[in-house]
Design a protein around this ligand. Sequence first.
Ligand code: HEM
Length: 233
Amino acid sequence: MSEFLKILENEVQLVALAFMSAVYVLRLLWMFRFKAPQDFSYGVGSSKVGVAYSMMNVAMPWAMESVRRNWSFYFQFVIFHLGVVAAISATFIIPYWPQLFDVKVVVWIFQITLAAAFFVGILRLIRRISKPALRLISTPDDYFSLILMTSFFASGVFAVPNKHTAGEWPLIIFFAMTTFFLIYVPFSKISHYLYYPFTRYFLGKLMGHRGVFPRKRGGEKPAGLDNEKALTK
Ligand code: HEM
């Protein structure tokens, strides 16, 4: 393996990861400067249950109306994010655990997942460009993040066999994209996964306290509302 690829797969990644982590820490410090709002409304539900429900919501497709109406969108979401997991894992497996990609089945599983995520990325791009309502609310970053992830998945398909003796270009492209991705992500919508736990926590706390979370079935009332009299106190 060339010295250039060795450094790109290791030192360059570590520097880019350190940069991304530093920006995330700064963002979290900035975020925690703001005092959490206090809810003065009468509590008819449980904040704890609300937080748990809200955190798990992304794994409870039946609980989201948008999914109940369009299951294929949820499956796209899952495939796309499995691709994210496969691509990010590969950036660590190739330099630090290359033996794993000597196992043919593992390489196939990664390639199939990345290829499926690539096609979902293309579908999403067509959807975002072709739907006027979506175009109206899309920022350049919405397009760029999708194009970046979709091409990252494609380069991952060619990189995971890790055959640098046959040619280093697939690995050079994959790790050059990883470097760019690690520097760009903290400033893009992709950093949604950093904020995800916090937004879900505050939403769950509020909606749980007010008895909105967990979702109620036909006519079911939040526990605290059963005792009507309590409300008239
Ligand atoms: C805790 C981890 C994460 C959660 C809970 C999460 C959740 C979501 C949700 C709910 C959406 C919107 C629904 C959708 O478009 O399907 C979304 C979209 C997206 N996510 Fe994530 N995500 C996570 C991690 C990531 C990571 C690590 C990346 C990339 C490195 C990523 C990239 C994207 C992109 C590019 C989109 C937009 C897709 C589009 O425009 O159609 N996500 N994510």
